[in-house]
Write a protein that binds this ligand. Structure first.
Ligand SMILES: Cc1cc2nc3c(=O)[nH]c(=O)nc-3n(C[C@H](O)[C@H](O)[C@H](O)COP(=O)(O)OP(=O)(O)OC[C@H]3O[C@@H](n4cnc5c(N)ncnc54)[C@H](O)[C@@H]3O)c2cc1C
Length: 492
């Protein structure tokens, strides 16, 4: 029901980011709000990663880090007890914790929004308007949103939660995107499923990329296409590390706020270069290496040292100069990513088995060209340590990730906002400029108190706003300023 007398918060995009912003706003606002999420998909919470139903695609962290509300970290656990979901998915639980199927996690997010849609601490309402926002502009006191359905919506505050850009299609695949054996965007559409049905035992499949997306795609291939042989390659051939086993002692009697406390806590002193010295990537690496060495020598997992720094990246990333950030992207990002984005234990196990059985291999090589052969196969030309290698495959799947740093598509909302000067790229061109409270900073260089951007598109400013827990805590940090800009009473 539309309640025009209440301040209206419009959220553009109903994936994880939109869902967590809506629920936290409804639970923490000092007064009732009319919260509208504009999202074209039928169910909220089912953004890109969580709308599929592949049983082998699991969230990559344990459930306590995936609550919709970071001040209520046992919320997923309570939902699991209520729905008895684990009886249908006994494989979710292992000695490392509970790792839900991503489709089930999407259902959790959808139901969590429903739970708080009309019953929440502030008396707010959360509505889903099924559409896409085409254009946004500022009026004297409000923000006007033009929807694809032709309607217009006025809001007092807007949070942009439109997620990541489209998948990156490497140049050598750009003329082959329609080829039946080339899957250029495995997360979109049903191209991967159709390919799995066509493959026969003995088919050779090349997977370009060795990250988490590649791991998901490989799990699907292994289950759905028996007898296929998979070669996954990337420039360095690095495969994501595994999650660490939980530290049962450290997890005892944790307050519900432990996640917020951890991410918003102080930057460990060993990371600080001290004495007013500039923050450099070199110092950070050396400090992390030393810390990890010291922890592992005491029998602790390396992940603990890594995570201490990862959790507070948003605090020290802005302190690095532009040249340092570029150095990180050029030299270190690939190493950071394999330690940061870890395999769920179930996926790690299935990949290990396939490697042992000779069905899967990982290798370091660069793809330079792809030729479509008359017999329907593909000839891939690689470079490896100055040597040219040619190999034929029955299919090629692109898992090289999002088009971060590419041109902003002018036909998207972000593209239109760039054209109208409301959004500008951040210095590293990973996402868009925002101030520390996520207010977008347009062409004028001034931050806009009525429009905020949360989630992956702020990664250039905060370093790591990509995983669910970082986004949830980012929303938690951002909300007091949003309430303040709306002229509401002080945050409680
Ligand atoms: C394959 C994959 C697996 C992942 N797994 C995990 C994991 O296990 N754990 C974890 O913590 N993180 C994971 N992540 C990270 C993930 O980015 C975040 O968890 C989260 O999904 C980001 O949510 P989002 O809402 O910002 O983006 P999305 O989930 O992409 O949602 C954006 C939404 O915005 C909508 N939208 C876009 N433009 C408009 C518009 N103009 N108008 C209206 N709506 C619009 C889209 O329809 C979409 O629903 C994964 C990412 C990927 C890609």
């Amino acid at each position: 029901m539309l309640n025009s007398s209440l301040p209206r918060l419009a959220i553009v995009g109903g994936g994880f980011t939109g869902a967590t912003v809506a629920v936290q706003a409804a639970r923490r606002s000092p007064i009732a709000l009319d919260i509208v999420i504009i999202e074209p998909n039928a169910e909220l919470g089912r953004g890109l990663p969580y709308r599929g139903s592949d049983p082998d695609h699991r969230v990559n962290g344990p459930i306590a880090t995936h609550s919709i509300d970071p001040l209520d970290t046992s919320h997923v656990q309570r939902w699991l007890e209520k729905t008895h979901l684990l009886t249908q998915d006994p494989g979710a639980h292992c000695s490392f914790g509970t790792f839900l199927r991503r489709g089930d996690y999407g259902r959790y997010l959808h139901e969590a929004v429903q739970e708080f849609a009309s019953r929440n601490e502030s008396g707010s309402t959360i509505r889903h308007q099924r559409s896409r926002v085409d254009q946004i502009h500022l009026t004297a006191n409000q923000v006007a949103l033009k929807l694809q359905t032709g309607e217009s919506l006025l809001a007092d505050s807007v949070v942009l939660a439109f997620g990541n850009p489209a998948a990156r299609v490497p140049p050598m695949l750009q003329d082959l995107t329609e080829h039946p054996s080339v899957i250029s965007s495995p997360l979109a559409g049903d191209g991967l499923q159709a390919l799995c049905q066509r493959l026969t035992p003995g088919s050779q499949v090349a997977v370009m990329g060795t990250s988490l997306t590649a791991a998901d795609v490989i799990s699907t291939l292994l289950r759905q296409s028996s007898g296929v042989r998979i070669t996954a390659f990337s420039r360095r051939g690095l495969v994501p590390h595994r999650q660490r086993p939980p530290d049962a002692k450290a997890q005892q009697n944790l307050p519900q706020t432990w996640l917020v406390d951890r991410i918003n806590g102080q930057v460990p002193s060993y990371l600080d270069p001290g004495c007013g010295s500039a923050w450099t990537v070199r110092h950070l690496c050396a400090a992390m290496r030393q810390r990890i060495k010291s922890l592992t020598s005491q029998g602790m997992p390396w992940q603990q040292g890594f995570d201490e720094a990862r959790d507070v990246v948003w605090q020290f990333w802005p302190l690095l100069g532009h040249a340092e950030k570029q150095r990180f992207f050029r030299r270190l990002r690939v190493w950071y990513d394999v330690a940061r984005f870890r395999l769920p234990p179930q996926t790690a196990e299935s990949l290990d088995k396939a490697v042992t059985a000779g069905r899967l291999s990982f290798c370091a090589r660069s793809l330079v060209n792809v030729k479509a052969l008359n017999n329907g196969r593909l000839e891939l030309q690689f470079q490896r340590q100055g040597q040219a290698i040619e190999q034929e495959f029955d299919a090629l799947i692109n898992c090289t990730g999002f088009d971060l740093g590419g041109d902003v598509d002018p036909l998207t909302l972000a593209g239109r906002m760039v054209q109208s000067g409301l959004l500008v790229r951040d210095q590293s061109s990973v996402g868009f400029r925002v101030d520390q409270n996520c207010r977008v900073m347009g062409f004028s260089g001034q931050s806009s108190p009525r429009i905020r951007l949360v989630g992956p598109a702020t990664a250039g400013v905060f370093g790591d706003s990509l995983g669910a827990m970082f986004i949830a805590v980012q929303a938690h940090r951002m909300l007091p300023s949003l309430f303040d800009d709306l002229g509401l009473m002080p945050y409680f």
